[in-house]
Design a protein around this ligand. Sequence first.
Ligand code: ADP
Ligand code: MG
Length: 724
Amino acid sequence: MKVRSLAELAGIRLADTKIRGLGPKFAAALERAGIVTVADLLLHVPRRYIDRRRVEPIADLQVGDEVTVLGTVRSISSRRIRGARVLVEARVADESGSLRVTWFNQEYRVRQLPPGTEVALFGTVDSFRGRLQLTNPVTEPIRGELTKTGRLVPIYPSVSGVPTWRIQQWIEHALPHARPLVDPVPEAVRRRVGVVDRDRAIADIHFPDGEAAARQARARLVFDELFRLEVALALQKRRQIDEARGFAHPTRGPLVSAFLAGLPFDLTVAQRRVLDEIEADLAMEHPMHRLLQGDVGSGKTVVAVAALLTGVDGGWQGAVMAPTEVLAAQHYLAIRDLLDLAGLTPPEIGEGERLGMGSLFGGDEGPAVRLALLTGAQVAANFCPGARREDVLAWIADGTVDLVVGTHALIQEGVGFARLGVAVVDEQHRFGALQRATLRDKATEIDPDLLIMTATPIPRTLSMTLYGDLEVSVLDELPPGRTPIETKALSRTEEEAAWETVRRAVAEGRQAFVVCPLVDDSPKVEAASATAEFERLQTVFPDLRLGLIHGQLPPREKEEVMAAFRAGHVDVLVATTVIEVGIDVPNATVIVIEDADRFGLSQLHQLRGRVGRGRHPGMCILLADPATAEGRARIDAMVATTDGFVLAEEDLRIRGQGTVFGARQSGMGDLRLADILSDFEVLVEARREAFALVESDPHLERHPELATEVRRMLGDAVEWLFVS
Ligand code: ADP
Ligand code: MG
């Protein structure tokens, strides 16, 4: 008998098989739902099972029982009731009797369950005018399933245009052809983890003998998904180690020491620990790949600059890449100020003048750092006030400039560096992908040490899976003296109280943000609505100085508005979410977010992080009348905690893993059953086993089945791992 592999079945399209009853029309419908191959079909696992032994005859039902009822719809109709609601009523009968079933606001049931449909209902029996009924039961149309003999009848997730009982028939037909299935996971691993073999699991997930078998089958398939993902990550890491050509930077040179000594504050314990971790990486030949997580205001910039200067101390250049032009400009200003504080300001030179390699060798004025800003809209240099773009480009190329701040796009498109040694990527709240562009310096053929900063606290579960190839450092401590931001939720009818808070803050010399309601339609509509709100607020604050910023403004104007706000010439900045990332104006203490329930949780957290950044306590006011339970949950979470990690876990819970990141590119598309929150312990085991296996067999030469499977099942996301 031919032994099959899942990878092989992942190469057979359903449209090319002769599975009974599966014609081109159904094949197309399945394809639209992402079920393209035989493997996809076999991994379309039941959503639940009906336990035939627990089905109650209708005649035996009693009020308060939790029951499963199997019956046939005799009649069904719908009507409008009070409060614009729709009531669907049906009569469902089995051999012993009949029962009234009602659903509220589920008008589609009339079409879904025409008289004659067989249906399974799960719910608690109640009574209506002395007769038994089920209200809003979990409802599954079933048809053919009832004829099966097993104790547990599988109920499949519905696929538009395909009756679920057909899915069951196709799987039943396909299984014997697909089995026996080879197991690519080594026996020793299976034994340690305690999972059943693949062949057993695939058979039992569909037609289990009992609950234990179904549970074990599911556990095995969950393990498979997480194991594949972790093997891919382990391979990625392995490949980096094999291919990387790095440079061992000496640490704590004169610039870093001068920089740290010149700071007007002491590093926090967390900053010191993280800097140690980074320096240990830099000191190794292998290039650093480290993710620096730190909540807004935790002081990532100082740590990043110390890392960059470690490179500069050795005569290398550093680059900082920001997600937007405004942020790049802000990083430039922040780094310039920090260098000034440390006395590392370089002497000025004329435009076009050249100084040759490296600041340390530039002259006898003492150590200094030449810093430049280069974005599509702006050019600046801390050693040449009138610097032009051509100058800056030339200075980067000949090594005159030590540190460059730019946008991701600019630097990835290949500004020519003389010797790029350390790169800092500020991703803010974007999650990275499994496949990360490598930044090899063209001139030296050396991979720069890479530090990725993110202000979005990523739950450990996520950083383990998404960033499995990165080391992670966490700044889990705020600099001392910060008072936590107070957060208040107000109804829109109470908005006057919010405006009063703004007036009081401005009277004390502080500044405020007002974030306009989110408009989904388009950036244009959003800009128009922000402009309208700006005008309305002029009448609310007739004697305050208002500014307006939104995404449709040209970069130069955006920068002007921000500069005016930074300089204190604007009291209240009316803004869209363009201010969400990284804007740092310590004198701003109040942020009012209108219709806050429409924003995502991480967005709200980022917005709130715009205040409370200086000596003065911050206040965040959420104006909202939440229309949905989710909106309410987000507001409640914001009021309950300022801890970004708690909010991130909460966000994952509210939204579900699928929406948190681009599924395809991150390799998460392969996760059908596994849930990285609830299956966290399996994830930890899968990771340990996967990394150990790749350690002992770096190119999976002794595990060809597994190599093929990872490649096939994770698709494009990992294809590049296998090009040699
Ligand atoms: P992040 O980028 O993590 O949001 P920043 O690096 O912008 O945070 O730091 C926020 C503010 O805190 C800055 O004004 C910075 O100068 C200040 N800061 C950083 N580290 C410390 C520290 N150890 N003690 C006091 N203030 C600090
Ligand atoms: Mg190194």
